[in-house]
Design a protein around this ligand. Structure first.
Ligand code: TYD
Length: 140
């Protein structure tokens, strides 16, 4: 995964390597470009499941694969790209107004998400055409 456009980018976390096991930490105000107001994680995800399939009006997120791997497909309404997350030290920052879909979860994968706001269903675009319309308005 390489750093890319402003709407997604790689976030690198520190790693304390130790024969007893590796340790990685996240400090608010330092590693994440927003105040963390929510943490959630996906687990027990069937290998053929598809998650996401939405964008957000305001929410910013950083997604990590704490264990295993999965794919995130990104669409800013103009360009599409995809990233494989598999390193617990490397997160994917996803800005607002970005359509994302996640699939190809490995057996036992754990996806942790740091989010800029608490859960609000009203913040979601779950319909792709509504998302595209919002992108057009934002670009005016
Ligand atoms: P959703 O965001 O659609 O999951 P994903 O993008 O991973 O496929 O959320 C699935 C369900 O969980 C939906 O009913 C909303 C609920 N939910 C919460 O109640 N709180 C949360 O923080 C999140 C992320 C989801």
């Amino acid at each position: 995964m390489t750093a890319v456009q402003g709407f997604v980018r790689q976030i690198d976390l520190p790693q304390i390597h130790d024969p007893r096991g590796d340790l990685t930490f996240v400090e608010g105000g330092k590693h994440i470009p927003f105040e963390i107001r929510r943490v959630y994680y996906l687990y027990n995800v069937p290998v053929d499941a598809e998650r996401g399939g939405h964008a957000h009006r305001e929410l910013e997120q950083v997604v990590f694969a704490l264990s295993g791997s999965f794919r995130i497909k990104i669409d800013d309404g103009r360009e599409k790209s995809e990233y494989w997350l598999r390193d617990p030290r490397k997160g994917l920052y996803i800005n607002r107004l970005v359509w994302r879909e996640m699939d190809s979860f490995s057996q036992g994968a754990v996806c942790m998400v740091l989010a800029s706001h608490r859960y609000d269903e009203g913040d979601y675009y779950r319909n792709y055409d509504d998302f595209l319309a919002a992108i057009r308005v934002a670009a005016e």
